[in-house]
Design a protein around this ligand. Structure first.
Ligand SMILES: *[C@@H]1O[C@H](CO)[C@@H](O)[C@H](O)[C@H]1NC(C)=O
Ligand SMILES: *[C@@H]1O[C@H](CO)[C@@H](O)[C@H](O)[C@H]1NC(C)=O
Ligand SMILES: *[C@@H]1O[C@H](CO)[C@@H](O)[C@H](O)[C@H]1NC(C)=O
Ligand SMILES: CC(=O)N[C@H]1CO[C@H](CO)[C@@H](O)[C@@H]1O
Length: 339
């Protein structure tokens, strides 16, 4: 407290602002380190212990009570703190107000309509992604080219708008296009390729060599929703589902989850909407199974999608058009999300 007082009365304003910023930053850092340590403890059953055990360095500011730091941060850096809360490590339980804020961006209480047939392709294996008013279609589960269609009608009548050539081949069908950037799997990499600027970026993910779903050739499933990019996969030589949330601009992994109670090998697909993971069984039954922000398994209301052709190749939610794209046995469907 002495330190704060001397700052308040002895130093100029600018120094106070800088100090508050520094305190908030330290506070966030400490919380993250604690969360990371907590997570390591939690996951030590699954993962080999690493030798980079983080030491928590307590700066002089830690002498100020936690409650006080929080109060200062709240008063002066509300928006900054709020931003950090959104990007916060997953292992810490967010406060109810943060969860409420997140949920306001998209209501978890939605119902799904029935699949509407939009178009048909030649290959039983393939993919279809919806990005706003545009469709992006692939013909196989491995290749370099994507076909783009403007709107449902042009997809239906097969009037291709563009043929996109990717710099690296894609693997599997559970990739996606979000805001004109294709996010896709290639061997042990997750690639983000901007279809307009032709710039690409990538990160390494050592994914299991086994497909993530039944009737699938995808090693990972990348999904976009209101809060960012999510990657569903199993780590190499592991059987349990891992989920990583990725920053859409930097491609850094923001948070990791391991969900041992969810067995993806028996489901045909999955998607994320409003920070909720939905399983899609091979018969078209859709069930909310996990809430990422409250870290809880859930057993929500099931929806049965009738009349889907089999097998299901991909199911991706598009936050821009608030609809779900499905490719199933050469048929392309769109499922509306009803708020
Ligand atoms: C176009 O859409 C209609 C349904 O609106 C569907 O019956 C028809 O098969 C589609 N055509 C093609 C070529 O997929
Ligand atoms: C994607 O595009 C939509 C619509 O233009 C925009 O609202 C949203 O912020 C964009 N998302 C990102 C991560 O840039
Ligand atoms: C998430 O997991 C990846 C892969 O193991 C690791 O490299 C990364 O540091 C983790 N990130 C966070 C924020 O825990
Ligand atoms: C069409 C098809 O390949 N269906 C298979 C999907 O996966 C389930 C579970 O492994 C099989 O029972 C189906 O035959």
């Amino acid at each position: 407290m002495k330190y704060m007082d001397s700052l308040k009365f002895g130093a100029p304003w600018a120094l106070l602002i800088v100090s508050i910023g520094w305190i908030c930053y330290q506070n966030v850092q400490i919380q993250e380190l604690q969360a990371n340590r907590h997570k390591r403890e939690l996951s030590s059953n699954w993962l080999p212990k690493t030798d980079d055990d983080t030491t928590i360095f307590m700066p002089i500011y830690a002498q100020v009570s936690k409650k006080h730091i929080r109060k200062v941060c709240m008063e002066h850096f509300h928006s900054f703190k709020h931003y950090r809360e959104l990007e916060k490590s997953s292992t810490r339980q967010p406060s109810p107000s943060v969860v409420k804020e997140l949920k306001r961006k998209c209501s978890a209480e939605v119902s799904f309509g029935q699949p509407v047939l939009i178009g048909e392709r030649k290959n039983p294996e393939g993919c279809a992604y919806l990005d706003g008013g545009h469709w992006h279609v692939c013909e196989l589960s491995h290749g370099y080219t994507m076909l783009s269609f403007k709107g449902n009608r042009r997809l239906n009548s097969s009037e291709t708008r563009a043929v996109q050539f990717l710099p690296y081949p894609f693997d599997g069908t559970d990739n996606m296009v979000y805001n004109n950037t294709m996010w896709y799997s290639e061997s042990d990499r997750l690639i983000a390729y901007n279809l307009k600027t032709e710039k690409s970026n990538s990160i390494y993910l050592r994914t299991s060599l086994d497909p993530i779903y039944a009737n699938s050739s995808s090693r990972l499933d990348v999904q976009a929703e209101e809060h960012g990019i999510w990657v569903l996969y199993r780590r190499r030589d592991e059987k349990i589902l891992s989920v990583s949330r990725v920053n859409v601009h930097t491609m850094q992994i923001v948070s990791n989850w391991t969900l041992p109670s969810i067995d993806t090998s028996t489901m045909c697909n999955a998607f994320v909407r409003c920070a909720i993971l939905y399983s899609v069984e091979c018969d078209g039954t859709v069930t909310p199974v996990y809430d990422f922000y409250s870290h809880t398994y859930i057993q929500g209301r099931k929806t049965v999608w009738e009349g889907l052709s089999q097998p299901i190749g991909n199911v991706q939610y598009d936050p821009n058009s608030k609809a779900i794209a499905v490719y199933a046995n050469a048929k392309i469907y769109k499922v509306p999300v009803l708020q």
